[in-house]
Every structure is written in C-alpha cells, then in structure tokens.
Design a protein around this ligand. Sequence first.
Ligand code: FAD
Length: 391
Amino acid sequence: MRVAIAGGGIGGLVLARALAQRGIEADVYEQAGEHREIGAAVALSANGVRELERLGLADGLAQISMTPSSLCIRRGVDGALICREPIGEDDTYRTAFGAPFYGVHRVPLLKLLADGVDPGRMHLGHRVVDVGREGRLGFADGSDVSADVVVAADGVHSVLRRGLGFDNRAVFSATVGYRGLVPVNQLASLPEPTALQFWVGPGAHLLHYAIDGGTTINFLAVVRAGEWTGEGWMQACDPAESAQRFAGWHPAVCEMVGAVSTSARWALHAHVPLDRWHQGRVVLLGDAAHAMLPHQGQGANQTIEDAVALAVHLSVADADPESLDAAFTRYHRQRRARTTRVQAYSRRVVRLTHAGPEGFATRDRAFADVPAALAWIHGHDASAAAEAYVL
Ligand code: FAD
C-alpha cells in the first residue's frame, strides 16, 4: 500500500511513524522548508504521550519535555486557589492515567518525530495546491504524485478538506487568544512557576506552563470578543491590548501578558463535526478533520490518537477501493464520537472559566474533582480501542 501524507505537522509525522511500525511506508509532503514553530509549545497529556512512548519515543520525549509539578486553578484577581492537583510531584497522575503529562516546545517535538522518518520519504518544501479523490496530490511547483491512500494532515486551514468539498464551516467561539513565551525570571510574582495553572475570571482566563527545563513560561490568554471580522484567523496587535484586558488581575498575570514585545490576536474557532472523513482514497486526520478550541489542551493529543488509530485501520486493509472505504468508515466511526465530545467539553471549559459572579459556585463545584473529570480524556487508550474495533 502506498500512502502519501499531506502535512508534516504532529499528525502527519506520528502517522508516518505509526505506519512504519506496522510495515507500511509513507511519504510525507510538507509545505515548510524546515520544521518551524507553530503555536510555540504544546501540552501532551497521558493519552497522547502513551502513544508516542509506544513508537519508541519515551526517552527522547522525556529529554525535551517538562512535567508540571501540579495543575492549579486560581481566581484571576487575587490568585486564591480553587483547586490544586499533583501532576509531577508524585506518581498520582502517571499511576492514574498510565503515562506522564508533558509541556514541550514544538520545534524539538517536530524534530524528534521527524528523526524517525526515512529522509528519502520526507519531502519538505512541497506545498499541496490540489487534490483528487482518486489519490492524487498536486503541488505548487506543478508536479504531482499518486498513491493508494492520501491523508489530509494539513491542519486547521486544510487545502485538502476544502478541495474535496467537505463542509468547511468553522464556528467562532466569541473568544480570542494571545500567546507568548516569557523567561521565568521576569515573573517575580508568579507562585509555583513549575505548575500548569489556569487563572480564571469573568470573561477571561489565562493558562500557562513551563518548558525548556523550567526557564520559560508558555502562556495562552483568552478573552471574550463579540465577533471576528478578520480575513484570516490571526491578526498582529499591540501587546498593550492584552495587558489592558487583564488590568486589575493578579500581578503574576499582569507581568506575564505585559512581558511580550510583539503580539497577535488569534480567533478561536472550532469546525462543525463532519458525517464522514473520507472521499475516495483521501482521508482527513487531526485539525483537518475536527479543529477544536484549545481549552482542554487536546488538539494535538486527539491528532496523535487519530494517527495511531488510522494506522491500525490501514494495517488490516488492502489497497482496493472497497477495502479502503470500509477501513476509513471504521476509523471515522471509532474516532468521531470521541473527538466531537472533546470539542464540546472544550466549549464547556471556557464557559466555566469565564463565569461571572452568578456562576462562581457552579464553576468551583465543577473544578472540585479535576482528576475524575479528566479520566475519560487522559485515560483513553486510542490504539487499543482501534485494535478492538478491527477484531
Ligand atoms: P498542524 O500541527 O497544524 O500541522 C499541519 C502541517 O501541515 C503543518 O506542518 C503545515 O505547514 C502543513 N501544511 C499546511 N498546509 C499545507 C499544504 N497546502 N501543503 C503541504 N503542507 C501543508 N493542542 C494540544 O493538544 N495541547 C496544547 O497545549 C495545544 N495548545 C495550542 C495552542 C495554540 C495557540 C494553538 C493555535 C493550538 C494549540 N493546540 C494544542 C492545538 C494543536 O496545535 C493542533 O490541534 C495540532 O497541531 C494539530 O495537528 P495537525 O497535524 O492536524 O496540524
């Protein structure tokens, strides 16, 4: 079976490695000339890490990642703790969910993933501009390739998703995000800098965790916004804009959003769930299939789950159209319910974290037992689920 993967991001690279582990070689076509930073850092929960460890990446991942000491949810204005759960300071998280939780810079993560892909099959500088459901990819330089299976792993603005005529509607969440990387030594007021922390308050929240051995804090600040009128989903903006939105919050929050010298405003959208993820020989994966709001930190983790599940489904298929149709249908059936539920849960988290005074009691009750609330997400074993599905 010849597989061509459009997009060498997290999903495309994990799929290439998962397929190779099952004896299926795949070519990866990535538009960028090198693995660049998209989204600065990423939090990998046990459901994603478990799968990367199975691909032989446990040591490499541990070397480039940092485990947060705890998960804290604090009131944004005064920093009072709503809840605090250990993550890295003892074995509670790893024992409960079967793998560690990591914060990791994206560039070393992509390099780690790419290192295991046969260099002869990694095609950088290949921008896909056209796709055919018979298994054809057309590139910006006029060349094209054909394969038995084409995987659209080209992210939230997928050319393949649009090219195949899928419903491309994305719902604006009425929130925008500002993100940044700040040296920890500029954050004198930050309590427990090694923790993954949510600071929550009416109409806004800020999430951060440490990367690069604890020397850098990666943050995402999210505020309500009435509507989004921009062309794309990101606009450059004055860093003072986010500082103004968090004026009056705890000094640690003000220091963090005030420390960045350039800033961008990200419109946070989620795709409408699709009834099918394939057309002919082409199948969607990751953000191309189900872009979600980042409030659960699950976009990349669900993408990793998709990739290992798709590898299992393809490993029991033949290259003929009927067999592939059956494999893609099983993959979609297995993954759609879960990814749609995570999408919905991400929307719920922002409702809770942004609650006004009338919602504080509900919010605090909901966050009282975080491990129980996360169990169905972080405890999931996607490749075992796929194996059980194909039996
Ligand atoms: P991507 O990672 O976007 O990769 C797509 C790849 O395709 C890219 O390399 C791109 O260059 C390439 N490509 C695009 N178009 C073409 C083309 N035409 N031809 C060839 N190549 C192409 N998720 C988490 O799980 N945890 C987090 O903490 C987290 N934080 C986030 C913070 C921010 C600010 C954002 C924006 C997202 C965050 N996410 C997080 C979501 C996560 O980044 C995505 O869900 C994940 O990267 C999706 O993987 P993917 O492989 O589908 O797409």
